[in-house]
Ligand binder design. Structure first.
Ligand code: HEM
Length: 405
């Protein structure tokens, strides 16, 4: 129990490698109570997948983390208090999800491939102009945020603002758990709300071929979203679709450099299939999302015993991906393994709507990078201890200094 007594999501030391802690939880305390989050942590694959498959027993709505509702938290962060897909249950969730699903079909996402490749090349050319470069700000962060901005239909002249708002939204959402939200973040959130409201109204009058137009038009008997709902969905896309993909790319690069044989395997044969395999194994081995949360609607039985109704559970998808009962030799990074069943995109009715987009962006970016940097390594500017921040929700390097030679 010694290791577990030191477990703390908000301790950067622990966050550098939480997996030994998760292994102990799975063995010794599959319902380990986290005093700071005021919730038990569920760590075994069997329990995690059971929870995600049963939304009637495990609700996504009205969840209190560290005593607060998500809407209270986002209100404090200046992000408005409207629920989004992640915080809804059926039938409200079913209606909204049906509405936005149409923008994320495999056909629509695959059509973005040439643009994702072009943008990746642009970022990589600029980033690798010098031998040493910072990967997160050079490629991992601008790629997903630019693609989301383009999908939504944000005007080109406002793209820089959008990136600033996006960074502020992500930071204020993190800060709402760890301290006071900076005023600058609240101001950015307000600016973004004002802009989204303006665009939603403009697209309602004059639709274009973009995601916001799709959301604000009545269609097939479905009601249009209100400007507040559109803004809340845009914020959700930024939070759910931005830092996650950024982390995935950061985690992939870190892991590849730490596993030279895997990098060599990829470098020799950087096909779409090998790039995709590296990304899938990164999702399992080093998940960008650590935890999800659910609220029990009645008393339930999990591996660690009975859980009363109205309990918030922190559901460790990252730990489930390392459960040896599901994945053999789980602490080994092996892009050739079968990763079927990984839970990094969730499971069931809330399964990540953006998974096809992330599965497009990350392998394409990796392929383009490897083609230009056959001898990639950490630069001397990169401290040995990578800073992973301290969020119980998302995990990835804050910055990553690399060099070409
Ligand atoms: C939901 C992970 C990228 C949009 C989720 C969930 C997970 C997840 C675990 C389920 C949450 C739950 O069950 O409570 C990831 C990871 C990503 C990624 C690891 C990248 C590596 C994206 C992208 C977008 C996106 C690129 C959109 C552009 C969403 C949305 C939901 C969601 C809208 C809510 C779905 C619902 O509640 O029905 N994501 N995501 N995600 N994701 Fe992603």
């Amino acid at each position: 129990m010694d290791l577990l007594s030191r477990f703390d999501f908000f301790n950067p030391e622990v966050m550098r490698n939480p997996y030994p802690y998760f292994a102990q939880m799975r063995e010794k305390a599959p319902l380990f109570y986290d005093a700071k989050l005021q919730a038990p942590l569920v760590s075994r694959y069997e329990d995690v997948s059971y929870i995600l498959k049963n939304p009637a027993l495990f609700s996504s709505a009205q969840i209190r983390i560290a005593g607060k509702l998500p809407t209270e938290r986002s209100q404090e962060a200046g992000l408005g208090a409207v629920d989004n897909l992640l915080t809804m249950d059926p039938p409200v969730h079913t209606r909204l999800r049906g509405r936005v699903n149409r923008a994320f079909t495999p056909k629509q996402i695959n059509a973005l491939e040439p643009r994702v490749r072009e943008l990746s090349r642009e970022c990589i050319t600029e980033m690798t102009a010098s031998n040493e470069f910072e990967f997160m700000s050079g490629l991992a962060s601008p790629l997903p945020v630019t693609i989301i901005a383009e999908m939504l239909g944000v005007d080109t002249s406002r793209r820089r603002d959008f990136k600033r708002w996006s960074d502020a939204v992500v930071n204020s959402s993190n800060a709402s758990f760890t301290g006071k939200t900076p005023e600058e973040a609240v101001r950015s959130a307000k600016e973004m709300l004002a802009y989204m409201t303006e665009v939603a109204e403009a697209r309602r009058r004059e639709p274009r071929d973009d995601l916001i137009s799709l959301l604000v038009q009545d269609s097939e008997g479905q009601e249009a979203l209100t400007p507040e709902e559109v803004n809340s969905f845009a914020v959700l896309l930024l939070l759910a679709g931005n830092e996650t993909t950024t982390n995935l790319l950061g985690n992939a690069l870190t892991t590849l450099i730490r596993h030279p044989e895997a990098y060599e395997w990829l470098r020799r044969d950087p096909t779409p299939a090998t790039c995709a395999a590296v990304i899938e194994e990164t999702l399992r081995y080093d998940s960008p999302v650590l935890t999800l949360s659910r609220r029990t609607t009645q008393e339930v039985e999990l591996s660690g015993g009975k859980v009363p109704a109205e309990t918030t559970l922190m559901v460790l998808v990252s730990s489930a991906n390392h459960d040896p009962r599901k994945f053999s030799d789980p602490e080994r990074f092996d892009p050739r393994r079968d990763t079927t069943g990984l839970l990094s995109f969730g499971h069931g009715i809330h399964f990540c709507i953006g998974a096809p987009l992330a599965r497009l962006e990350a392998p394409v970016a990796l392929q383009e990078l490897v083609a230009r940097t056959p001898r990639l390594g950490f630069s001397p500017r990169q401290p040995e201890n990578i800073d992973y921040g301290s969020s119980f929700f998302l995990r990835g390097p804050r910055s990553l200094w690399l060099q070409k030679n």
